[in-house]
Design a protein around this ligand. Structure first.
Ligand SMILES: *[C@@H]1O[C@H](CO)[C@@H](O)[C@H](O)[C@H]1NC(C)=O
Ligand SMILES: *[C@@H]1O[C@H](CO)[C@@H](O)[C@H](O)[C@H]1NC(C)=O
Length: 188
């Protein structure tokens, strides 16, 4: 009698474990992954980071109690929210092809340097609706510099790569800047 009960218990346990392994699976391997073709894409545009005027594209949203390094337009520890236009050419009147939205923080104590957490979205052409994710240090005072592209949406799914940056205009008084971006990415 006791033996049968034990057997029954074992059966119930077995069935519930089997049921669990069917219903609790939260992951799945894609057998077709190997057939996806990786592409390499180059993008070239200009970012307008405007702190001055009545309608700035970058606004300070947080800062420390006492501003350190106030000789910079963006003192250490300040955080900016941005919605910067991206254009084809360097002129402010050039055709807008997208926007860069997110945050950057003034992250260095002795020099002017930023860390960016920004999504670059495109609003025209082949990449309309697609965007690139940037999470990177940006040593803005260096003439030629590089930032990391860590992901993307839409046509830029699983993107990774880098952007080469060059400042084409910078006003040290008000912080307004125009930056040339040359992006190289691998994506699917
Ligand atoms: C970009 O995509 C949006 C949403 O699909 C659409 O409304 C808009 O007209 C498109 N713009 C261009 C220039 O193709
Ligand atoms: C830089 O900004 C200051 C303050 O807004 C302005 O007076 C000056 O004309 C600007 N300089 C240039 C070269 O645009």
């Amino acid at each position: 009698m006791e033996g049968r009960l034990l057997f029954l218990c074992a059966m119930v346990l077995c069935i519930s474990i089997t049921a669990m392994s069917v219903h609790c699976e939260y992951h799945k391997e894609n057998p077709h992954h190997g057939h996806m073709k990786e592409k390499k894409t180059h993008l070239h545009f200009y970012l307008h980071d405007i702190l001055s005027g009545k309608k700035p594209s970058a606004i300070m949203v947080a800062h420390t109690k006492t501003l350190i390094g106030i000789n910079f337009a963006t003192p250490f520890g300040t955080v900016y929210a941005i919605d910067d236009p991206l254009t084809e050419g360097p002129e402010p009147t050039s055709k807008v092809i997208g926007n860069a939205q997110g945050l950057y923080v003034s992250s260095a104590q002795d020099i002017l340097s930023l860390v960016m957490y920004v999504d670059f979205a495109f609003t025209t052409g082949k990449y309309n609706g697609s965007s690139l994710s940037v999470f990177s240090r940006n040593p803005v005072m260096e003439g030629d510099r590089e930032i990391a592209v860590v992901g993307g949406r839409g046509k830029f799914r699983m993107a990774r790569g880098f952007a080469e940056l060059k400042t084409t205009y910078f006003n040290t008084t008000n912080g307004d800047a125009i930056i040339e971006y040359k992006v190289t990415i691998l994506h699917y």
